[in-house]
Write a protein that binds this ligand. Structure first.
Ligand code: UDP
Length: 239
């Protein structure tokens, strides 16, 4: 991928952990910072849809280990993502950015239902669309949903922000000192090496449909804006 790509439309995945600023719940200062970066990028003309995780509240697999039934725990995880969506909507509107939340589980009082064609109309009008409640189905992750939404709304790329790492490495650099940073990598290699940074299902969807994926660190104060603006950051994964 060349430097300073100009995207027409992208899906940005934000992990729930980022929203919590390291703890359970939402850290308003962190969300305000993310909203300011998205607002800056949208003023440059790129169409932005956001998928937010819920790991700052619940992860189904973790609750299952502690005795809960998996599907019910996954629904709790999905509901957690919606709280993050509302927090981001609030701070985006404070930035003067028109925003719509669409959820895969209908909850008419707080959000629109997920209607892809409507989402695309919002994007064309310069609104940020925030997708909540994952796919509305247990046993899925929001990484996979980001790839699916990007394909369905015909985005140019899916931008995956991650906590604790700034790019794709051959192994987890936090635990393995021999981990080597990869500047670019193919989906095939990512799948073969069983790289854990993004779900394998998300890699497969992108590979089959030739959708480029950027993996980058969310912690720098400016990294989300840089990724959205097509600046050189993180690792591109391509077919
Ligand atoms: N989840 C789900 N189906 C989906 C998306 C999410 O069941 O389509 C649940 C699942 O339990 C997951 C939780 O919601 O652990 C939070 O999402 P995720 O773990 O992807 O959030 P992140 O790690 O990105 O914060």
């Amino acid at each position: 991928m060349s430097e300073n790509l100009r995207f027409r439309r992208v899906v940005l995945k934000l992990s729930g952990e980022v929203f919590g600023g390291g703890s359970i719940g939402v850290d308003p200062d962190v969300v305000a910072g993310i909203a300011a970066q998205i607002a800056e990028a949208i003023r440059s003309g790129v169409q932005i849809a956001v998928v937010i995780g819920g790991g700052n509240f619940f992860r189904g697999a973790e609750l299952q280990k502690r005795g809960m039934e998996r599907s019910r725990a996954d629904y709790m995880g999905m509901l957690g993502t919606v709280m993050n969506c509302l927090a981001l909507q609030d701070f985006l509107e404070k930035e003067g950015v028109d925003t719509r939340v669409q959820t895969a589980i209908t909850m008419a009082q707080v959000a629109e239902a997920y209607i892809p064609r409507r989402a695309m109309r919002h994007l064309e009008k310069g609104r940020v669309v925030i997708f909540g409640a994952g796919a509305g189905m247990p046993y899925f992750s929001t990484d996979t949903v980001s790839a699916q939404r990007a394909l369905e709304i015909k985005a140019d790329a899916v931008l995956m922000s991650k906590n604790g790492v700034d790019a794709v490495y051959t192994a987890d650099p936090r635990t393995n000192p021999d981990a080597v940073r990869l500047e670019t990598v193919t989906f095939e290699e990512a799948l073969q090496r069983r790289l854990q940074i993004v779900d394998q299902a998300a890699f497969s969807l992108c590979q089959e449909n030739k959708l480029p994926m950027l993996v980058f660190g969310a912690e720098d104060t400016d990294s989300i804006r840089r990724a959205l603006s097509g600046e050189k950051i993180g690792t591109w994964i391509t077919s």
